[in-house]
Design a protein around this ligand. Sequence first.
Ligand code: NDP
Ligand code: GDP
Length: 330
Amino acid sequence: MPTALITGITGQDGAYLSQFLLQRGYSVHGLLRRSASAEVIGERLRWLGVLDQVALHDGDLLDLSSVLRVVQEVQPDEVYNLAAQSFVHASWQQPLLTGSVTGLGAVVLLEAVRLLCPRAHFYQASSSEMFGKIQEPVQTERTPFYPRSPYAAAKLYAHAMTVNYRESFGLHASSGILFNHESPLRGIEFVTRKITDAVARIKLGLAGEIRLGNLQAKRDWGHARDYVRAMWLMCQQPEPGDYVVATGRTTSIADFCALAFGCAGLDWKNYVTTDPALLRPAEVEVLLGSAAKAKAVLDWEPETTLEQLAAEMVEADLARHRARLHAAAS
Ligand code: NDP
Ligand code: GDP
């Protein structure tokens, strides 16, 4: 039975990756940082029904000694570094924390792997945000990077260090340059989930409007369930490498609003207002990826359309709010 160690196991991708690996017979371990709100820890893993099938180890990516201890205990065959301060907007408010966790944190884990399990296959969660102010209309593995936020700069450092550990120490270290991917488990602060949650609340009479920032920005959105499969495929290759993972379709926030409100039979224009306070100091206006290399080498392709994704997210948020209403009434 292969053994996987996942940092960021409590996040969106960590939960879907855990489910994916468990289905393939892996022993799944995760790094869990302490929280005073213990009742919400593992909520996403619980939602997917896998919380009691994974082994959680106390530790924090900011604490080298805890990471060394966990890697030593687990002796993983595959290591997935998904932990990060992952919200772009927050990275201007907490640039040093973002640099420490999202940037240096990857090196903490790379060092632990290099010292304790150098044969393990390593995956780094890189991001399309590294393309930032895009230098080519369709971004590939060869497109130059131009980060536009502390988050993107930190991810670029982690990406470069992953490549460097591969070239310097011969680690099987791969970097997935993943474009935005969403699901019912996406953090509520990200725009798709913020919208689908609002659609559900408006539909059920719990809210009357939603405030958004830049409606013109465009993203290449896929489903997290499809994207964790690409992570795993990278770790199965004889040689490590860097791969763009994307759908090849880009959609504006306004058009996503139309789609999501449409799933509930609502016209988004009646409910969406814009708030200048939600604009960013520097914006990534458009992202559009080509996953041609992932298709050619990994035989990876997305399976979920944006329409299916939006419908699944709206349904899940409607179910959540209905359950809360039901619980409050009983
Ligand atoms: P989430 O924000 O949902 O999850 C982030 C995870 O990191 C959580 O489990 C969080 O733990 C953990 N974490 C944060 N700080 C620390 C720390 N100091 N020590 C240990 N763990 C920590 O992100 P996603 O699942 O959406 O994304 C996974 C990875 O992929 C991230 O690195 C993200 O930046 C990257 N990425 C995501 C994309 C997307 O569209 N989703 C696109 C491209 C890259 P806790 O639950 O305790 O907060
Ligand atoms: P990101 O691509 O990782 O920054 O993912 P987000 O979902 O946070 O943002 C995607 C895009 O939506 C960005 O261009 C944001 O500026 C834009 N956006 C517009 N309104 C909002 C909002 O209210 N919240 C968030 N998070 N993003 C918004």
